[in-house]
Design a binder for this molecule. Structure first.
Ligand code: SF4
Ligand code: SF4
Length: 110
Protein backbone atom coordinates (compact mmCIF):
# COMPACT_ATOMS: atom_id res chain seq x y z
CA UNK A 1 0.00 0.00 0.00
CA UNK A 2 1.23 3.48 -0.84
CA UNK A 3 -0.14 6.44 1.13
CA UNK A 4 0.70 10.11 0.82
CA UNK A 5 -0.82 13.43 1.81
CA UNK A 6 -1.23 16.45 -0.46
CA UNK A 7 0.49 18.92 1.86
CA UNK A 8 -0.95 21.94 0.05
CA UNK A 9 -4.45 20.91 1.16
CA UNK A 10 -3.78 19.41 4.61
CA UNK A 11 -5.43 21.52 7.35
CA UNK A 12 -3.49 19.84 10.16
CA UNK A 13 -6.75 18.77 11.81
CA UNK A 14 -5.25 15.52 13.20
CA UNK A 15 -8.29 13.42 12.21
CA UNK A 16 -6.24 10.97 10.12
CA UNK A 17 -3.84 10.31 12.98
CA UNK A 18 -6.71 9.97 15.44
CA UNK A 19 -8.63 7.36 13.42
CA UNK A 20 -5.90 5.27 11.81
CA UNK A 21 -5.62 1.95 13.66
CA UNK A 22 -2.11 1.21 12.43
CA UNK A 23 -0.35 4.57 12.93
CA UNK A 24 0.22 5.43 9.29
CA UNK A 25 0.23 9.18 9.98
CA UNK A 26 2.39 11.46 12.07
CA UNK A 27 1.84 15.19 12.51
CA UNK A 28 4.75 17.59 12.07
CA UNK A 29 5.05 21.34 12.42
CA UNK A 30 4.81 22.69 8.89
CA UNK A 31 8.31 24.16 9.23
CA UNK A 32 9.83 20.85 10.32
CA UNK A 33 12.34 19.14 8.05
CA UNK A 34 10.28 15.91 8.12
CA UNK A 35 7.16 17.51 6.63
CA UNK A 36 7.78 16.13 3.13
CA UNK A 37 8.85 12.67 4.27
CA UNK A 38 6.24 10.71 2.35
CA UNK A 39 5.76 9.90 -1.33
CA UNK A 40 3.69 12.97 -2.28
CA UNK A 41 4.53 14.11 -5.82
CA UNK A 42 6.35 17.38 -6.33
CA UNK A 43 3.21 19.51 -6.79
CA UNK A 44 1.73 18.17 -3.53
CA UNK A 45 4.79 18.73 -1.35
CA UNK A 46 4.79 21.48 1.27
CA UNK A 47 6.52 24.55 -0.12
CA UNK A 48 5.02 27.14 2.19
CA UNK A 49 1.64 27.88 0.60
CA UNK A 50 -1.72 26.45 1.66
CA UNK A 51 -4.40 25.95 -0.98
CA UNK A 52 -6.54 29.13 -0.78
CA UNK A 53 -9.82 27.24 -1.26
CA UNK A 54 -9.04 25.02 1.74
CA UNK A 55 -8.04 28.03 3.86
CA UNK A 56 -11.30 29.73 2.91
CA UNK A 57 -13.31 26.67 3.94
CA UNK A 58 -11.49 25.76 7.16
CA UNK A 59 -9.54 28.83 8.27
CA UNK A 60 -12.34 30.26 10.41
CA UNK A 61 -13.66 27.00 11.82
CA UNK A 62 -13.47 26.79 15.60
CA UNK A 63 -14.05 23.12 16.40
CA UNK A 64 -11.39 22.58 19.01
CA UNK A 65 -8.79 21.53 16.46
CA UNK A 66 -5.80 23.64 15.54
CA UNK A 67 -5.65 24.43 11.86
CA UNK A 68 -2.79 25.25 9.50
CA UNK A 69 0.02 24.83 12.06
CA UNK A 70 0.93 21.22 11.31
CA UNK A 71 0.92 18.84 8.35
CA UNK A 72 0.19 15.13 8.25
CA UNK A 73 2.93 12.87 6.92
CA UNK A 74 2.23 9.27 5.90
CA UNK A 75 5.26 7.77 7.63
CA UNK A 76 3.98 4.17 7.51
CA UNK A 77 2.14 3.78 4.20
CA UNK A 78 3.05 0.08 3.82
CA UNK A 79 1.26 -0.59 7.14
CA UNK A 80 -2.11 0.61 5.79
CA UNK A 81 -4.87 -2.04 5.97
CA UNK A 82 -7.28 0.01 3.82
CA UNK A 83 -9.90 0.31 6.54
CA UNK A 84 -10.84 3.62 4.84
CA UNK A 85 -11.45 5.44 8.15
CA UNK A 86 -9.15 8.30 7.21
CA UNK A 87 -10.74 8.66 3.78
CA UNK A 88 -13.99 10.04 5.24
CA UNK A 89 -12.45 12.10 8.06
CA UNK A 90 -9.99 14.19 6.08
CA UNK A 91 -10.97 17.86 6.01
CA UNK A 92 -8.58 18.72 3.22
CA UNK A 93 -9.59 15.75 1.02
CA UNK A 94 -5.90 15.25 0.56
CA UNK A 95 -5.11 11.63 1.47
CA UNK A 96 -4.14 9.44 -1.49
CA UNK A 97 -3.87 5.66 -1.23
CA UNK A 98 -2.86 3.18 -3.92
CA UNK A 99 -3.41 -0.48 -3.12
CA UNK A 100 -1.21 -3.33 -4.27
CA UNK A 101 -3.32 -3.88 -7.42
CA UNK A 102 -2.94 -0.22 -8.41
CA UNK A 103 -6.43 0.93 -7.44
CA UNK A 104 -6.37 4.53 -6.23
CA UNK A 105 -8.41 6.02 -3.37
CA UNK A 106 -8.71 9.66 -2.36
CA UNK A 107 -10.30 11.08 0.77
CA UNK A 108 -13.70 12.76 0.48
CA UNK A 109 -14.90 14.53 3.61
CA UNK A 110 -18.12 12.95 4.87
S1 SF4 B 1 -7.20 3.48 5.24
FE1 SF4 B 1 -5.07 2.99 5.84
S2 SF4 B 1 -4.15 4.95 6.34
FE2 SF4 B 1 -6.39 5.25 6.36
S3 SF4 B 1 -7.01 4.92 8.50
FE3 SF4 B 1 -7.21 2.95 7.46
S4 SF4 B 1 -5.27 1.90 7.80
FE4 SF4 B 1 -4.94 4.06 8.27
S1 SF4 C 1 -7.26 14.38 8.11
FE1 SF4 C 1 -6.54 15.26 6.16
S2 SF4 C 1 -6.53 17.46 6.51
FE2 SF4 C 1 -6.63 16.49 8.53
S3 SF4 C 1 -4.48 16.31 9.19
FE3 SF4 C 1 -5.03 14.41 8.17
S4 SF4 C 1 -4.39 14.67 6.03
FE4 SF4 C 1 -4.47 16.69 6.97
Amino acid sequence: MEVFVDKTRCTGCDHCKDVCPVAVFEMYDKNAQEVNNDTAPEDMKWKGTDNPDVVKEWGGVNDGHTHFKTKSVAINGPGCILCQACLIECEGECIHITDDSGTKYQSVYK
